[in-house]
Ligand binder design. Structure first.
Ligand SMILES: *Cc1c(COP(=O)(O)O)cnc(C)c1O
Length: 434
Protein backbone atom coordinates (compact mmCIF):
# COMPACT_ATOMS: atom_id res chain seq x y z
CA UNK A 1 0.00 0.00 0.00
CA UNK A 2 1.34 3.41 -0.94
CA UNK A 3 0.91 6.19 1.56
CA UNK A 4 -0.38 9.52 0.40
CA UNK A 5 -0.25 12.93 1.98
CA UNK A 6 -3.52 14.04 0.43
CA UNK A 7 -6.82 13.39 2.16
CA UNK A 8 -8.49 12.62 -1.17
CA UNK A 9 -6.09 9.65 -1.49
CA UNK A 10 -6.52 8.49 2.08
CA UNK A 11 -4.14 10.82 3.91
CA UNK A 12 -5.12 12.81 6.97
CA UNK A 13 -7.05 16.06 6.59
CA UNK A 14 -5.30 19.41 6.85
CA UNK A 15 -8.23 20.86 8.78
CA UNK A 16 -8.74 19.77 12.37
CA UNK A 17 -9.86 22.99 14.10
CA UNK A 18 -13.52 23.91 14.42
CA UNK A 19 -13.99 27.09 12.37
CA UNK A 20 -16.59 28.36 14.88
CA UNK A 21 -18.19 31.59 13.70
CA UNK A 22 -15.29 32.67 11.50
CA UNK A 23 -17.58 32.62 8.41
CA UNK A 24 -20.79 33.92 10.01
CA UNK A 25 -22.11 36.98 8.19
CA UNK A 26 -23.69 39.41 8.61
CA UNK A 27 -22.89 40.00 12.27
CA UNK A 28 -26.28 40.79 13.80
CA UNK A 29 -26.54 42.07 17.36
CA UNK A 30 -29.27 43.47 19.61
CA UNK A 31 -28.48 46.86 18.14
CA UNK A 32 -29.74 45.67 14.71
CA UNK A 33 -32.71 43.94 16.28
CA UNK A 34 -33.94 46.94 18.23
CA UNK A 35 -33.49 49.28 15.25
CA UNK A 36 -35.60 46.97 13.09
CA UNK A 37 -38.21 46.42 15.83
CA UNK A 38 -38.64 50.15 16.31
CA UNK A 39 -39.71 50.52 12.67
CA UNK A 40 -41.78 47.37 12.72
CA UNK A 41 -43.74 48.27 15.86
CA UNK A 42 -44.74 51.70 14.64
CA UNK A 43 -45.62 50.40 11.18
CA UNK A 44 -42.99 52.53 9.48
CA UNK A 45 -41.99 50.03 6.81
CA UNK A 46 -43.14 52.19 3.89
CA UNK A 47 -41.91 55.49 5.26
CA UNK A 48 -38.86 57.38 4.08
CA UNK A 49 -37.65 58.94 7.35
CA UNK A 50 -35.21 56.17 8.29
CA UNK A 51 -34.18 55.70 4.67
CA UNK A 52 -33.22 59.37 4.43
CA UNK A 53 -31.09 59.06 7.57
CA UNK A 54 -29.45 55.98 6.09
CA UNK A 55 -28.79 57.92 2.87
CA UNK A 56 -27.17 60.72 4.91
CA UNK A 57 -24.98 58.23 6.78
CA UNK A 58 -24.06 56.50 3.55
CA UNK A 59 -23.13 59.61 1.59
CA UNK A 60 -21.09 60.85 4.56
CA UNK A 61 -19.18 57.54 4.63
CA UNK A 62 -18.65 57.49 0.88
CA UNK A 63 -17.88 61.20 0.67
CA UNK A 64 -20.45 61.88 -2.04
CA UNK A 65 -22.95 64.68 -2.24
CA UNK A 66 -25.95 62.40 -2.82
CA UNK A 67 -27.12 58.92 -1.89
CA UNK A 68 -30.45 57.38 -2.83
CA UNK A 69 -31.88 54.16 -1.40
CA UNK A 70 -33.38 51.37 -3.54
CA UNK A 71 -35.34 48.18 -2.93
CA UNK A 72 -32.46 46.23 -4.53
CA UNK A 73 -29.24 46.73 -6.44
CA UNK A 74 -30.77 45.86 -9.81
CA UNK A 75 -33.11 48.85 -9.58
CA UNK A 76 -30.28 51.19 -8.58
CA UNK A 77 -28.43 50.10 -11.72
CA UNK A 78 -31.50 50.54 -13.92
CA UNK A 79 -31.98 54.08 -12.59
CA UNK A 80 -28.28 54.87 -13.00
CA UNK A 81 -28.36 53.77 -16.63
CA UNK A 82 -31.48 55.76 -17.44
CA UNK A 83 -30.10 58.82 -15.63
CA UNK A 84 -26.95 58.56 -17.76
CA UNK A 85 -29.09 58.79 -20.87
CA UNK A 86 -29.22 55.12 -21.89
CA UNK A 87 -32.30 54.68 -24.09
CA UNK A 88 -33.72 52.76 -27.03
CA UNK A 89 -31.09 52.04 -29.68
CA UNK A 90 -28.19 53.02 -27.42
CA UNK A 91 -25.38 50.80 -26.15
CA UNK A 92 -23.59 50.24 -22.90
CA UNK A 93 -20.23 48.52 -22.48
CA UNK A 94 -20.20 46.01 -19.63
CA UNK A 95 -17.91 43.17 -18.58
CA UNK A 96 -19.18 39.69 -19.43
CA UNK A 97 -17.77 38.35 -16.15
CA UNK A 98 -20.33 39.70 -13.69
CA UNK A 99 -23.79 39.08 -12.25
CA UNK A 100 -26.59 39.65 -14.78
CA UNK A 101 -27.92 42.78 -13.06
CA UNK A 102 -24.86 44.76 -14.20
CA UNK A 103 -26.18 44.40 -17.77
CA UNK A 104 -29.86 43.42 -18.07
CA UNK A 105 -31.34 46.81 -17.07
CA UNK A 106 -29.99 48.15 -20.37
CA UNK A 107 -32.25 45.72 -22.25
CA UNK A 108 -35.27 46.97 -20.34
CA UNK A 109 -34.38 50.46 -21.62
CA UNK A 110 -34.24 49.20 -25.22
CA UNK A 111 -30.46 49.42 -25.31
CA UNK A 112 -27.89 46.81 -26.32
CA UNK A 113 -25.01 45.52 -24.21
CA UNK A 114 -21.60 45.41 -25.86
CA UNK A 115 -19.66 43.01 -23.66
CA UNK A 116 -15.95 43.41 -22.91
CA UNK A 117 -13.55 40.86 -21.51
CA UNK A 118 -12.08 40.73 -18.00
CA UNK A 119 -8.45 41.30 -17.12
CA UNK A 120 -7.06 37.93 -15.94
CA UNK A 121 -5.47 39.35 -12.77
CA UNK A 122 -8.04 41.89 -11.53
CA UNK A 123 -11.07 40.01 -12.96
CA UNK A 124 -12.50 43.49 -13.66
CA UNK A 125 -13.21 44.93 -17.10
CA UNK A 126 -10.00 45.01 -19.15
CA UNK A 127 -9.29 48.66 -20.01
CA UNK A 128 -7.59 47.52 -23.23
CA UNK A 129 -10.85 45.93 -24.40
CA UNK A 130 -13.08 49.01 -24.13
CA UNK A 131 -12.23 51.74 -26.60
CA UNK A 132 -12.65 49.75 -29.84
CA UNK A 133 -16.18 48.85 -28.72
CA UNK A 134 -17.32 52.46 -28.40
CA UNK A 135 -19.76 53.44 -31.16
CA UNK A 136 -21.84 56.53 -31.95
CA UNK A 137 -24.63 55.36 -29.61
CA UNK A 138 -22.51 54.24 -26.66
CA UNK A 139 -23.79 56.02 -23.54
CA UNK A 140 -22.13 54.33 -20.59
CA UNK A 141 -19.37 52.01 -19.45
CA UNK A 142 -20.23 49.79 -16.49
CA UNK A 143 -17.23 49.01 -14.27
CA UNK A 144 -17.81 46.16 -11.81
CA UNK A 145 -15.28 46.08 -8.97
CA UNK A 146 -15.33 42.33 -9.20
CA UNK A 147 -15.14 40.21 -6.05
CA UNK A 148 -14.07 43.33 -4.19
CA UNK A 149 -11.12 44.12 -6.48
CA UNK A 150 -11.12 47.71 -7.73
CA UNK A 151 -11.31 48.19 -11.47
CA UNK A 152 -8.55 50.14 -13.21
CA UNK A 153 -10.24 53.54 -13.02
CA UNK A 154 -7.15 55.57 -14.03
CA UNK A 155 -7.13 53.74 -17.35
CA UNK A 156 -10.90 53.79 -17.86
CA UNK A 157 -11.87 57.38 -16.98
CA UNK A 158 -9.79 59.06 -19.72
CA UNK A 159 -11.31 56.72 -22.35
CA UNK A 160 -14.80 57.64 -21.19
CA UNK A 161 -14.00 61.37 -21.11
CA UNK A 162 -12.48 61.27 -24.60
CA UNK A 163 -15.71 59.85 -26.01
CA UNK A 164 -18.22 61.69 -23.83
CA UNK A 165 -19.42 58.44 -22.30
CA UNK A 166 -20.58 58.14 -18.67
CA UNK A 167 -19.04 55.67 -16.21
CA UNK A 168 -21.33 53.68 -13.92
CA UNK A 169 -19.59 51.81 -11.12
CA UNK A 170 -21.33 48.62 -9.96
CA UNK A 171 -20.12 48.45 -6.36
CA UNK A 172 -22.19 45.40 -5.34
CA UNK A 173 -19.04 43.41 -4.50
CA UNK A 174 -16.92 46.27 -3.25
CA UNK A 175 -18.54 48.43 -0.57
CA UNK A 176 -15.58 50.06 1.15
CA UNK A 177 -12.97 48.96 -1.41
CA UNK A 178 -10.39 51.64 -2.14
CA UNK A 179 -8.89 52.41 -5.52
CA UNK A 180 -5.58 54.22 -4.87
CA UNK A 181 -7.04 55.65 -1.68
CA UNK A 182 -10.42 56.64 -3.17
CA UNK A 183 -13.70 54.91 -2.41
CA UNK A 184 -14.95 52.67 -5.20
CA UNK A 185 -18.24 54.12 -6.42
CA UNK A 186 -17.11 57.74 -6.15
CA UNK A 187 -14.76 57.90 -9.12
CA UNK A 188 -17.11 57.47 -12.08
CA UNK A 189 -20.24 59.54 -12.75
CA UNK A 190 -22.41 57.37 -10.52
CA UNK A 191 -22.03 54.34 -8.25
CA UNK A 192 -24.84 51.82 -7.78
CA UNK A 193 -24.87 48.69 -5.69
CA UNK A 194 -26.69 45.84 -4.07
CA UNK A 195 -26.92 45.55 -0.28
CA UNK A 196 -28.75 42.21 -0.33
CA UNK A 197 -28.26 39.65 2.42
CA UNK A 198 -25.45 37.75 0.70
CA UNK A 199 -23.26 40.77 -0.01
CA UNK A 200 -20.47 42.22 2.05
CA UNK A 201 -22.59 45.12 3.31
CA UNK A 202 -25.66 42.98 3.97
CA UNK A 203 -28.86 44.66 5.09
CA UNK A 204 -31.65 42.67 3.43
CA UNK A 205 -33.08 43.18 -0.03
CA UNK A 206 -31.76 46.65 -0.69
CA UNK A 207 -29.58 48.79 -2.89
CA UNK A 208 -28.15 52.31 -2.95
CA UNK A 209 -26.88 54.79 -5.50
CA UNK A 210 -24.28 57.52 -4.92
CA UNK A 211 -23.22 60.47 -7.05
CA UNK A 212 -21.87 64.02 -6.93
CA UNK A 213 -23.82 64.89 -10.07
CA UNK A 214 -27.06 66.74 -9.25
CA UNK A 215 -28.54 66.09 -12.68
CA UNK A 216 -28.05 62.33 -12.36
CA UNK A 217 -29.42 62.41 -8.83
CA UNK A 218 -32.54 64.35 -9.80
CA UNK A 219 -33.20 62.13 -12.79
CA UNK A 220 -32.99 59.09 -10.49
CA UNK A 221 -35.43 60.71 -8.06
CA UNK A 222 -37.91 61.53 -10.84
CA UNK A 223 -37.55 58.09 -12.41
CA UNK A 224 -38.74 56.01 -9.48
CA UNK A 225 -38.87 58.02 -6.21
CA UNK A 226 -42.25 59.56 -6.97
CA UNK A 227 -42.76 61.01 -3.47
CA UNK A 228 -39.61 63.09 -3.65
CA UNK A 229 -40.58 65.42 -6.45
CA UNK A 230 -42.68 67.76 -4.35
CA UNK A 231 -45.64 65.43 -4.15
CA UNK A 232 -47.97 64.94 -1.21
CA UNK A 233 -48.07 61.30 -0.20
CA UNK A 234 -50.15 59.03 1.96
CA UNK A 235 -47.14 57.90 3.97
CA UNK A 236 -44.55 60.63 3.77
CA UNK A 237 -44.36 64.41 4.05
CA UNK A 238 -44.11 66.50 0.88
CA UNK A 239 -40.61 66.59 -0.44
CA UNK A 240 -38.70 68.95 -2.70
CA UNK A 241 -35.61 67.09 -3.75
CA UNK A 242 -35.98 67.92 -7.43
CA UNK A 243 -35.14 71.46 -8.58
CA UNK A 244 -35.26 70.81 -12.33
CA UNK A 245 -38.64 72.12 -13.54
CA UNK A 246 -38.66 69.76 -16.50
CA UNK A 247 -38.71 66.93 -13.94
CA UNK A 248 -40.99 68.66 -11.39
CA UNK A 249 -43.90 68.49 -13.81
CA UNK A 250 -44.02 64.74 -13.19
CA UNK A 251 -44.41 65.24 -9.44
CA UNK A 252 -46.41 62.49 -7.76
CA UNK A 253 -45.64 59.84 -10.34
CA UNK A 254 -42.50 57.95 -11.19
CA UNK A 255 -41.73 58.97 -14.76
CA UNK A 256 -40.01 55.63 -15.32
CA UNK A 257 -43.04 53.72 -14.08
CA UNK A 258 -40.96 52.02 -11.39
CA UNK A 259 -41.45 52.28 -7.64
CA UNK A 260 -38.02 52.66 -6.08
CA UNK A 261 -38.78 53.20 -2.38
CA UNK A 262 -36.51 51.25 -0.05
CA UNK A 263 -37.95 48.99 2.67
CA UNK A 264 -37.32 50.66 6.02
CA UNK A 265 -36.51 47.45 7.89
CA UNK A 266 -33.48 47.39 5.61
CA UNK A 267 -32.74 51.09 6.14
CA UNK A 268 -32.85 50.59 9.90
CA UNK A 269 -30.53 47.60 9.73
CA UNK A 270 -28.39 49.51 7.24
CA UNK A 271 -27.76 52.36 9.67
CA UNK A 272 -26.54 49.91 12.33
CA UNK A 273 -24.50 47.76 9.96
CA UNK A 274 -22.83 50.80 8.42
CA UNK A 275 -21.76 52.07 11.86
CA UNK A 276 -19.69 48.89 12.35
CA UNK A 277 -18.77 48.13 8.76
CA UNK A 278 -15.49 50.07 8.43
CA UNK A 279 -14.03 48.31 11.48
CA UNK A 280 -15.40 44.89 10.46
CA UNK A 281 -13.87 45.06 6.99
CA UNK A 282 -10.48 46.01 8.41
CA UNK A 283 -10.69 42.71 10.34
CA UNK A 284 -11.69 40.84 7.17
CA UNK A 285 -8.77 42.40 5.28
CA UNK A 286 -6.33 41.36 8.02
CA UNK A 287 -7.67 37.79 7.92
CA UNK A 288 -7.70 37.48 4.12
CA UNK A 289 -4.28 39.06 3.73
CA UNK A 290 -2.95 36.66 6.36
CA UNK A 291 -4.33 33.71 4.36
CA UNK A 292 -2.80 34.94 1.10
CA UNK A 293 0.55 35.87 2.66
CA UNK A 294 0.83 32.25 3.78
CA UNK A 295 0.39 31.10 0.18
CA UNK A 296 2.70 33.66 -1.40
CA UNK A 297 5.30 31.13 -2.67
CA UNK A 298 2.88 28.28 -3.51
CA UNK A 299 2.67 27.33 -7.20
CA UNK A 300 -0.67 27.15 -9.01
CA UNK A 301 -2.61 29.60 -6.90
CA UNK A 302 -2.22 33.36 -6.74
CA UNK A 303 -3.96 35.96 -4.61
CA UNK A 304 -6.72 38.05 -6.16
CA UNK A 305 -5.83 41.36 -4.51
CA UNK A 306 -4.18 44.66 -5.45
CA UNK A 307 -0.45 45.09 -4.83
CA UNK A 308 0.48 45.98 -1.25
CA UNK A 309 1.26 49.66 -0.89
CA UNK A 310 -0.90 50.65 -3.89
CA UNK A 311 -3.51 52.31 -1.68
CA UNK A 312 -6.08 49.93 -3.16
CA UNK A 313 -7.97 47.41 -1.02
CA UNK A 314 -10.51 44.61 -1.35
CA UNK A 315 -13.21 46.21 0.86
CA UNK A 316 -15.18 43.42 2.55
CA UNK A 317 -13.57 40.82 0.24
CA UNK A 318 -16.97 39.63 -1.02
CA UNK A 319 -16.93 36.42 -3.11
CA UNK A 320 -13.31 35.65 -2.18
CA UNK A 321 -11.52 34.01 -5.11
CA UNK A 322 -8.02 32.91 -6.05
CA UNK A 323 -6.39 32.87 -9.47
CA UNK A 324 -5.70 29.27 -10.49
CA UNK A 325 -2.77 28.64 -12.83
CA UNK A 326 -2.87 25.01 -14.01
CA UNK A 327 0.36 25.39 -16.02
CA UNK A 328 2.28 25.81 -12.74
CA UNK A 329 0.95 22.43 -11.57
CA UNK A 330 1.67 20.40 -14.68
CA UNK A 331 -1.77 21.00 -16.15
CA UNK A 332 -3.76 19.72 -13.15
CA UNK A 333 -7.37 20.78 -13.75
CA UNK A 334 -8.97 23.37 -11.49
CA UNK A 335 -11.84 20.95 -10.80
CA UNK A 336 -9.48 18.22 -9.54
CA UNK A 337 -7.48 20.72 -7.51
CA UNK A 338 -10.67 22.02 -5.86
CA UNK A 339 -11.96 18.52 -5.18
CA UNK A 340 -8.72 17.67 -3.40
CA UNK A 341 -8.89 20.89 -1.36
CA UNK A 342 -12.46 20.06 -0.33
CA UNK A 343 -11.30 16.63 0.79
CA UNK A 344 -8.86 18.36 3.17
CA UNK A 345 -11.92 19.71 4.98
CA UNK A 346 -12.35 23.04 3.18
CA UNK A 347 -16.08 23.08 2.62
CA UNK A 348 -16.51 25.89 0.14
CA UNK A 349 -13.80 25.39 -2.47
CA UNK A 350 -15.63 25.70 -5.79
CA UNK A 351 -14.34 26.63 -9.22
CA UNK A 352 -15.13 29.53 -11.51
CA UNK A 353 -17.24 32.61 -10.98
CA UNK A 354 -20.26 34.10 -12.75
CA UNK A 355 -20.98 32.36 -16.06
CA UNK A 356 -20.16 34.65 -19.00
CA UNK A 357 -23.12 36.83 -19.95
CA UNK A 358 -22.36 37.48 -23.62
CA UNK A 359 -23.30 33.95 -24.71
CA UNK A 360 -26.55 33.81 -22.74
CA UNK A 361 -29.72 33.57 -24.82
CA UNK A 362 -31.23 36.68 -23.20
CA UNK A 363 -28.57 38.76 -24.95
CA UNK A 364 -29.17 36.99 -28.26
CA UNK A 365 -32.87 36.24 -28.60
CA UNK A 366 -35.06 37.90 -25.92
CA UNK A 367 -37.60 40.23 -27.54
CA UNK A 368 -38.82 42.46 -24.69
CA UNK A 369 -40.66 44.99 -26.80
CA UNK A 370 -42.55 42.70 -29.18
CA UNK A 371 -40.82 44.17 -32.22
CA UNK A 372 -40.33 40.73 -33.72
CA UNK A 373 -36.58 41.20 -33.25
CA UNK A 374 -34.30 40.50 -30.28
CA UNK A 375 -34.04 43.56 -28.03
CA UNK A 376 -30.30 43.73 -28.76
CA UNK A 377 -31.19 44.73 -32.35
CA UNK A 378 -34.75 46.03 -31.93
CA UNK A 379 -33.86 49.71 -32.15
CA UNK A 380 -30.52 49.72 -33.94
CA UNK A 381 -28.83 48.46 -37.09
CA UNK A 382 -25.58 47.79 -35.23
CA UNK A 383 -25.48 44.21 -34.01
CA UNK A 384 -23.03 43.84 -31.14
CA UNK A 385 -24.03 40.31 -30.12
CA UNK A 386 -21.07 38.01 -29.52
CA UNK A 387 -20.88 34.23 -29.63
CA UNK A 388 -18.60 31.69 -27.96
CA UNK A 389 -14.86 32.20 -28.39
CA UNK A 390 -14.98 36.00 -28.43
CA UNK A 391 -14.16 36.79 -24.77
CA UNK A 392 -11.70 34.10 -23.66
CA UNK A 393 -10.91 35.31 -20.13
CA UNK A 394 -14.60 35.43 -19.21
CA UNK A 395 -15.32 32.13 -20.91
CA UNK A 396 -12.42 30.31 -19.21
CA UNK A 397 -13.13 31.42 -15.66
CA UNK A 398 -14.06 27.85 -14.73
CA UNK A 399 -10.43 26.89 -15.37
CA UNK A 400 -8.72 29.96 -13.90
CA UNK A 401 -10.69 31.01 -10.81
CA UNK A 402 -10.91 28.99 -7.60
CA UNK A 403 -12.88 29.64 -4.44
CA UNK A 404 -11.15 30.44 -1.16
CA UNK A 405 -12.60 30.83 2.34
CA UNK A 406 -14.15 34.21 3.16
CA UNK A 407 -12.91 34.83 6.70
CA UNK A 408 -14.71 37.43 8.81
CA UNK A 409 -12.32 37.29 11.78
CA UNK A 410 -8.54 37.28 11.96
CA UNK A 411 -7.92 34.04 13.89
CA UNK A 412 -4.45 32.83 12.95
CA UNK A 413 -4.73 29.22 14.18
CA UNK A 414 -7.77 28.59 11.97
CA UNK A 415 -6.58 30.57 8.94
CA UNK A 416 -3.22 28.79 9.03
CA UNK A 417 -4.96 25.43 8.67
CA UNK A 418 -6.99 26.58 5.68
CA UNK A 419 -3.85 27.92 4.02
CA UNK A 420 -2.08 24.64 4.79
CA UNK A 421 -4.84 22.74 2.95
CA UNK A 422 -4.29 24.71 -0.28
CA UNK A 423 -0.51 24.50 0.10
CA UNK A 424 -0.62 20.75 0.66
CA UNK A 425 -2.69 20.07 -2.45
CA UNK A 426 -0.49 22.33 -4.60
CA UNK A 427 2.73 20.77 -3.28
CA UNK A 428 1.42 17.23 -3.87
CA UNK A 429 -0.23 17.93 -7.21
CA UNK A 430 1.75 15.12 -8.83
CA UNK A 431 -0.23 12.61 -6.74
CA UNK A 432 -3.40 13.73 -8.50
CA UNK A 433 -2.41 13.37 -12.12
CA UNK A 434 -2.65 9.60 -12.45
C1 LIG B 1 -25.88 41.17 -6.46
C2 LIG B 1 -25.45 41.97 -7.62
C3 LIG B 1 -26.32 42.89 -8.28
C4 LIG B 1 -27.80 42.92 -8.04
O1 LIG B 1 -28.24 43.33 -6.86
P1 LIG B 1 -29.62 42.83 -6.23
O2 LIG B 1 -29.66 43.53 -4.93
O3 LIG B 1 -29.55 41.35 -6.12
O4 LIG B 1 -30.69 43.28 -7.17
C5 LIG B 1 -25.79 43.69 -9.26
N1 LIG B 1 -24.51 43.59 -9.65
C6 LIG B 1 -23.66 42.70 -9.09
C7 LIG B 1 -22.26 42.65 -9.56
C8 LIG B 1 -24.11 41.86 -8.07
O5 LIG B 1 -23.29 40.95 -7.54
Amino acid sequence: MTTSALAINGGSKALTNDPGDIFTWPIVTEEDESAVLEVLRRGGMSGTDVTKLFEEDFSAWMGTEFALGYPNGTESLRAAMWACGVGAGDEIICPSLTYWASATPALSLGAAVHFADAHPDSLCIDPADIEHRIGPRTKAIVVVHYAGHPGDMDAIMPIAKRHGVKVIEDVSHAQGSLYKGRMCGTIGDVGAMSLMAGKSLAIGEAGILVTDNREIYERCVAYGHYERTGARSQYNPPDQQVTDTSLQQFSGMPMGGYKHRMHQLSSAMGRVQLRHYPERIVEIQKAMNRFWDLLEDVPGITAHRPAAGSGSTMGGWYFARGLYRAEELGGLTNATFAEAVRAEGVGACGTGANAPLHTHNVFHYADLFGTGKPTMVSFTDRDVRQGPGTLPVSENSGQTIVGVPWFKHDRPEIIEQYAAAYRKVAEHADELKA
